[in-house]
Design a binder for this molecule. Sequence first.
Ligand SMILES: [Cu+2]
Length: 463
Amino acid sequence: MISRRGFVGSAALLAGASAISGRVQAASVPEAPTMTTPAMQPPLAPSSGPDYQPVATLNGWTLPWRMNGDWKEFHLVAEPVVREIAPGMKAHLWGYNGQSPGPTIECVEGDKVRIFVTNKLPEHTTVHWHGILLPNGMDGVGGLTQPQIKPGQTFAYEFVMRKSGTFMYHPHADEMVQMAMGMMGFFVVHPRDPKLHRVDRDFVFLLNAYDIDPGSYVPKIMTMLDFNLWTMNSRAFPGIDHLVVSKGERVRVRVGNLTMTNHPIHMHGYDFKVTCTDGGWVPESARWPEVTIDIPVGAMRAYEFVADEPGDWALHCHKSHHTMNAMGHGVKTFIGVQKRDLVKSIRKIASPDYMAMGSAGMAEMGEMEMPNPDNTLPMMTGFAQFGPLEMGGMFTVVKVREGLARGDYKDPGWYKNPPGTVAYEVASAAAGPPRRRTEIPTNSKLVVKVVKPGSKGGHSGQH
Ligand SMILES: [Cu+2]
């Protein structure tokens, strides 16, 4: 699904020629591949140089490169893109080479890297190489370390990869807008020694977030906290790729956070150790076990485990609002409220299909697949072999199976649990009907203070 477009003779190249450093002015800018699908592409094995295990970018791909003398050359194109957030919803974002996030850039410690950046946005941009040690003038901070890359211009960044690790790239120009619009990508530098930090599968994804009104397409760029789409690589559940793993493999998961809040990423079924941050590899003696790893804002954490327990293991952000889509934060809580009679009246007077929601919780929303405006994901959605998942946002599944071929990332379907290993019902009617009312225990004293406007101490409480 990679399509290629030549830039030779294009207006973009001619306009940008003067911006390219003298060292490469005479040389041609490499073609810029573009991706037309949000489906995960097979990892890109190195065609020359030291061997490494290429990363698998969830719902993404790795940018092909070419050798030019001893330089490894890449070409990023900053441009407006249409990104499918999940089947049924597309967003009009800004990204690189056809998608948001941009393609993962992979290279090897010690590589001399030249990255061409063509700007096809309606405003200027730059690219900052987050975490990479490089000469100051290559750091990509518009105004501070370089002039902005104007629309139509192509710039070249050149640096030597001093160390291996996991880094990110994003604009440092009109940053609030450009990051809210989806401009970001992963940058993985493999160790020169192929045996160092070797794993069998290596997954990468970025945490990002959007605020897109139901029924619309463009993120609201002024939102700071109340996002309604919490995404991994600009995808929301159930659109996020599963992490498919063969039993016994050593697995690394690299997670970057370019949202404006932290995300405690929790993986079921395993404990694991953090082995790398964007500052570098964590020494063996400094690693401790975790089952949830908080990814701070503007940071990356990589963790590793040996996949010795087959199954369908949930992997998600532990902030429960971040595993929902298109939340209406203004929705009132009705748990315990008996709305039956009220519904009858409303149906008679105003709306014959009015539904009472939430008297017993919100799970019913997961099953009903409520009607939504076009281009809107349900708040709680997704089905698996046992029923509705009632999830959204930052949620996916690690699928560990026996005997998958090396490099086989195909979805193996739902896990077939060995007989006698699934939680089971022992009684239903005997336990009586569910208690729908949220009752106040009779032995508690509820003190309600009536507050007159203008007076102090506005809370009521239990004492
Ligand atoms: Cu979160």
